[in-house]
Design a protein around this ligand. Structure first.
Ligand SMILES: *Cc1c(COP(=O)(O)O)cnc(C)c1O
Length: 309
């Protein structure tokens, strides 16, 4: 259960933050919540190594390689050479002894397949974790998070009108939407895209929601239109795509005012997007929850590059 913190009035609304960045393992974040469930499967199954995928700035790869290292399990990471500049995350992957295969982005898919079959030929038992912890396991982690939000509301006698979050592969957002469907309650969940454009970005979230719901008791009770209505994924604030952002002022201000680190790939972009979304849609006097999805090591990369002006 991660803490919910009330920040106060921001942009004409009462702002709260759910501190997923404080999950107590390897700088936390949404990838830590998802990874815990993947490693439950690994621990309960017959596996002896882990294969995953991600860039040098990937929070997912940091967490997976740390969890593997802790178990003494080899971890292989396939990484696109287009996004391979060293970061604190990639330095930690090295610290954890991850074996990184850097290949051109168009070869990533085949390299993963080849790596898995080579390992199997050697008699190894690899567990593959999709990039970013995408898939039903990752989705279910955020159904649980949604339930924590409901518990917080009940205990404190409040109701959040809006939830905002940084949306990448969309798994985190899909989990929150599934939680909402399972509990049949209402509020707006707004995914701020950090890279993908629509329609694809939103379609991936929709697919994740449908896929997860099809395996639950409520599958016949949820209408396709209801899923469509609840899936709001905006690509208005992606600037130049993954890693590009003009959120520097927001990141600096949130750190100075609240002591909360954001980063310029995910949470800074989403926080800035939330502010602009609230302004553009003239939303005032509401209770707004921002999900802080983590990425603390990226704050330090930001600080080195452009933080102090
Ligand atoms: C990966 C990540 C996201 C996006 O999560 P998805 O489930 O892929 O949409 C958001 N914030 C941070 C800090 C992340 O590392």
């Amino acid at each position: 259960m991660t803490p919910v913190q009330k920040l106060g009035t921001e942009y004409g609304n009462t702002l709260y933050v759910k501190r997923e960045d404080l999950i107590p393992f390897s700088f936390g974040g949404n990838k830590a919540r998802k990874a815990a469930l993947f490693f439950d499967e690994i621990d309960n199954g017959d596996f002896d190594c882990v294969v995953t995928y991600g860039s040098s700035s990937s929070n997912h790869c940091r967490i997976i390689s740390n969890m593997a290292c802790r178990r003494g399990m080899p971890c292989l990471i396939v990484s696109p050479e287009e996004a391979s500049i060293p970061t604190y995350n990639s330095q930690m992957m090295e610290l954890f002894g991850a074996q990184i295969r850097t290949v051109p982005v168009q070869d990533v898919h085949d390299t993963i397949e080849n790596t898995l079959s080579e390992l199997r030929e050697q008699g190894r038992k690899p567990f593959f974790i999709p990039g970013g912890g995408h898939g039903n396991t990752g989705t279910s982690a955020y159904v649980e998070c949604y339930e924590e939000i409901l518990d917080y509301e009940k205990e404190n006698g409040i109701h959040f009108d809006f939830i905002f979050l940084a949306s990448g592969t969309g798994t985190t957002q899909a989990g929150l939407i599934c939680g909402q469907l399972l509990h049949n309650d209402e509020r707006e969940i707004i995914g701020i895209s950090i890279a993908r454009k629509n329609p694809r970005g939103r379609d991936v979230v929709l697919d994740s929601v449908r896929d997860y719901i099809s395996g639950t008791d409520i599958r016949d009770m949820v209408s396709p239109a209801d899923i469509e209505r609840r899936t709001v994924f905006t690509d208005e604030f992606i600037y130049g795509g993954y890693g590009s952002s003009s959120a520097a002022d927001t990141i600096n201000n949130v750190m100075k005012k609240y002591g909360i680190p954001l980063d310029n790939i995910y949470t800074g972009k989403a926080f800035d997007g939330m502010k602009r979304y609230l302004e553009e849609n003239k939303i005032f006097g509401k209770k707004v929850l921002f999900i802080h999805t983590g990425g603390t090591p990226l704050f330090f990369d930001f600080l080195n590059k452009e933080g102090i002006k």
